[in-house]
Design a protein around this ligand. Structure first.
Ligand SMILES: CC(C)(COP(=O)(O)OP(=O)(O)OC[C@H]1O[C@@H](n2cnc3c(N)ncnc32)[C@H](O)[C@@H]1OP(=O)(O)O)[C@@H](O)C(=O)NCCC(=O)NCCS
Length: 152
């Protein structure tokens, strides 16, 4: 097992057999996680892309999005708690931009919990804008900040 401070490999598409690691991180970090079944269903959809950084044999951070015309809609992104604050959260989003562009997207669009200070700071640092608020967007009634990034 890789040490948490081991150097991550390059960003690359996730393989189907890495989805259990995505599901495990989802259930660790999200109040409303995607199940392995949800992830496998998304995976089969050609609109979906999942990319990630491995640290040794572990998934350090991942990002899933779906492209519909000019919009690349964020499904989710997360960094495993063992690998936080090493830049992976910002990098996984930034380094996926050429992939989204190559799939025809012109912007990323996502929804972030109002309370998610870490993600909001990361996004502000890498050029995403908060474009509005959607009341009671999440299952527990929390508002979403709608976030947008024009792809270069
Ligand atoms: C948000 C998240 C992806 C950031 O991952 P990361 O790999 O730690 O991100 P980075 O290392 O690029 O940036 C970390 C920055 O987040 C911010 N941050 C981290 N913890 C924070 C906290 N508790 N409060 C406020 N800001 C915080 C800081 O700006 C920090 O930068 P710093 O380390 O220079 O201070 C990670 O915290 C995570 O997986 N959270 C749970 C899943 C999630 O919320 N995903 C987004 C769904 S919309």
């Amino acid at each position: 097992m890789a040490a948490p401070d081991a150097t991550p490999g390059p960003l690359s598409p996730l393989a189907a057999d890495e989805l259990p690691q995505v599901a495990a991180i989802e259930s660790l970090v999200f109040p409303e996680p995607l199940s392995l079944e949800d992830l496998r269903r998304l995976w089969r959809d050609p609109a979906t892309a999942y990319v990630g950084f491995r640290v040794g044999d572990r998934l350090g951070a991942y990002f899933g999005f779906q492209t519909f015309g000019p919009t690349a809609h964020v499904v989710s992104n997360a960094t495993h708690p063992d690998f936080r604050r090493q830049g992976l959260g910002a990098r996984v989003l930034q380094e996926a931009e050429p992939l989204a562009r190559g799939r025809g997207a012109r912007w990323f669009l996502g929804e972030v919990r109002v309370s998610n200070a870490a993600q909001r700071r990361v996004l502000a640092r890498i050029g995403w804008s908060e474009v509005g608020t959607c009341p009671a967007f999440f299952g527990n009634g929390e508002d979403a900040i709608v976030v947008w990034r024009c792809l270069p």
